[in-house]
Design a protein around this ligand. Sequence first.
Ligand code: AP5
Ligand code: MG
Length: 193
Amino acid sequence: MLNIVIFGAPGSGKGTQSVLIAQKYGLVHLSTGDILRDEIAKGTTIGKFANTLISKGDLVPDDLIIKLLNQKIIEHKGFCNGFIFDGFPRTVTQAQALDEMLAQNGKKLSLMLDLQVKESMLIDRLIARGKTSGRSDDNLETIQKRLTIYHHVTAPVVDFYKSTKRFNAISNNTTVEDCFLQIEKLIDSFKLI
Ligand code: AP5
Ligand code: MG
C-alpha cells in the first residue's frame, strides 16, 4: 500500500506527474481540482458554488473539500494499491484531516512530494496551457491570485510534513521525464524500507 501526496504551486506539474505515478504503481489518482471541475461540468449545487470560487482563484472551504475527498477514499476502499492525492491538502487543516481519514480506513501516508518550480516558469506554463485548457482560472490575473494564495495559505503545509518526516523536495524546473525519474527513485527506495 502506497499513499502519496503530490504538492506544489499552481502549474508545478502535479497533474502531469500524478498520471505517470498512478500508471506505474497502480495507484488511484484523486485530484481535488478534477473532482470539482467534474461537479461544475455536471451542474450540481456544489459545482455551481465551487465555480464562483475557482474562477476567482480562491480556495473552496475546507469542510466541503474534506467531505468530497473522504467519499472518494471510501468508494475505493479495499480496491486499490493506494492513492495519489493531487491538489490536496492545501491547508494545514486539510493535512491533518487527511491523516485522520487514512487512519480511519487503516491506511497511512507514505510520502509527500513537493514539486518545486521557479515562479516565472509556473506562469509561463499556465499561460501556455490556458490557450487550450478551457479552464476559467488559466488567465494571468487569476494565476497571480492563485500564486498569492498558494504562498500565504498552502505553503505552510510544507512545515507540517517536514515535522512528520514525510517531506521530499523534487525539482521540476526540468523536463517531465527528468522529474519523473527523480520521483521513481524516491518511491522505489521507499518501497525497499
Ligand atoms: P487544481 O486543479 O488543483 O489546480 P492547481 O493546484 O492550481 O494546479 P494546476 O492543476 O493548474 O497545475 P498542476 O500542478 O496540476 O500542473 P500540470 O501538471 O497541469 O485546483 C484548481 C482550483 O480548485 C483551486 O484554485 C481551488 O479553487 C480549487 N481546489 C482544488 N483543490 C482544493 C483544495 N484541496 N482545497 C480548496 N480548494 C481546492 O502542469 C501545468 C502545465 O505545465 C501543463 O500544461 C503541463 O503540460 C506543463 N508541464 C508540466 N510539467 C512540465 C515540465 N516539466 N516541463 C514543461 N511543461 C510542463
Ligand atoms: Mg492539476
